[in-house]
Design a protein around this ligand. Structure first.
Ligand code: TXA
Ligand code: MG
Length: 366
């Protein structure tokens, strides 16, 4: 049984975290003492612990209910900190160097061969380690003041959508972690892009706010792991892709195709679901389509303007959690073109649905 701890939420100034050094130093001290601290990043909230301490890292897995073979991302405050966990002279390729220069600090995780100092508890038994330097200033201050590399998965219970604000962390992890630093809502709301740089050609393992197009523009050809687009049977490169992710309690169905036909199909499916079960269906809509649905008979939530992919990405996990809050038994979701940020949005939506995808008419993209 897990021991219950008192979780303290400390509000910090998200815009100017240097005004909140008392709170940040208290959290840094908790990390040095082997404790668990949830903190804001530009992607989602992370659940941090000393990445070099097997005991501290084990607590992360306990608090989240996370399988021990799912590796953690190690967060650093400065590029120089990389050398403590990766042999920078020998195990960082030229391609990786370009990506670091271009996108760090920012929402990009790179996979390298790890140094022995990184315990297998952190790497999930692998010889590699994922490293990220967040652009969120509070996150970097916390890591720098702790003086440690900080292992941090998303700060949700395993299987739930990633937290994009402190209240989500409280909901999932209250009583299981020491401190939550509340720096306001996460900017991107989608977890970082992951690129494997440990082998030959760079390989995209998870799409995020650093888009495939941006990566290709920087380094040329980037392989895309098949698990980014669809359910795969083989062993995926990012072990986390094996597990159901981002799922709200409700079952999600994603409807793909030309927008007008998608809306028509969702109206039909939602009505059939209500008639069959007597329950109220959820509909994940957009500003352009929300008016087409019956708001009396459905729980209609909008992700935002289709012309503003950043807003759609930032709202996705929050809206999935909202459906749980409202008790929707099933959610029908619209879909997006799989380019730019849309690739990451669709990747998370498809996972949330357990790949329950319905296609109407012609698809946007194969
Ligand atoms: O944006 C983010 O990356 C957030 C914030 C907190 O930084 N963190 C995050 O961590 O999303 P997590 O643990 O929820 O997702 C990490 C993913 C998992 O799918 C894991 O399997 C993969 O990264 N991963 C970590 N280390 C890896 C490695 N050495 N090789 C392949 N995949 C790895
Ligand atoms: Mg996660």
């Amino acid at each position: 049984m897990m021991e219950l701890v008192k979780t303290v939420t400390l509000k910090i100034d998200g815009a100017d975290p240097r005004k909140s050094m008392t709170e940040i130093d208290r959290a840094a001290e908790a990390l040095r003492a082997g404790g668990l601290v949830a903190f804001p990043t530009e992607t989602v909230y992370g659940l941090g612990a000393d990445a070099l301490s097997p005991g501290a890292v084990k607590k992360i897995f306990e608090a989240k209910g996370r399988p021990a073979d799912n590796p953690l991302i190690v967060h650093i405050a400065r590029a120089d900190d990389l050398n403590g966990i990766v042999d920078a002279a020998n195990d960082v390729s030229d391609t990786a160097r370009v990506l670091m220069e271009r996108f760090w600090p920012g929402p990009l995780t790179l996979i390298f061969k790890k140094r022995p100092a990184v315990p297998y508890e952190t790497s999930g038994g692998l010889e590699t380690v994922g490293v990220r330097m967040p652009s969120n200033e509070a996150a970097r201050l916390l890591i720098a003041r702790a003086g440690l590399p900080v292992a941090a998965p998303s700060a949700n219970s395993s299987g739930k959508p990633s937290p994009t604000k402190a209240a989500h962390v409280e909901f999932d992890l209250n009583g299981k972690i020491d401190i939550i630093l509340d720096g306001g809502p996460a900017r991107y709301g989608l977890e970082s892009t992951i690129v494997d740089c440990a082998g030959g050609a760079p390989r995209l393992l998870r799409p995020g706010a650093v888009t495939l197009e941006m990566l290709e523009e920087a380094v040329g050809g980037v392989e895309v792991d098949p698990a980014v687009l669809r359910r795969t049977n083989g062993r995926p490169y990012a072990p986390g892709m094996r597990y159901t992710h981002y799922s709200p309690l409700a079952d999600v169905t994603v409807v793909c195709g030309p927008l007008e036909r998608v809306v028509g199909k969702i109206i039909e499916l939602a009505a059939a679901y209500a008639a069959d079960t007597g329950r109220t269906p959820g509909i994940l809509a957009t500003d352009q389509t929300a008016g087409s649905y019956d708001h009396e008979r459905n729980i209609v939530l909008t992700l935002g303007d289709r012309g503003d992919p950043e807003a759609i990405g930032a709202n996705l996990f929050r809206m999935l959690r909202k459906f749980d809050h409202y008790g929707a038994g099933r959610v029908y979701s619209e879909s997006f073109e799989e380019t730019g940020l849309g690739l990451a949005v669709m990747n998370r939506l498809k996972k949330a649905s357990g790949y329950d995808i319905i296609e109407v008419g012609q698809r946007y993209q194969s």
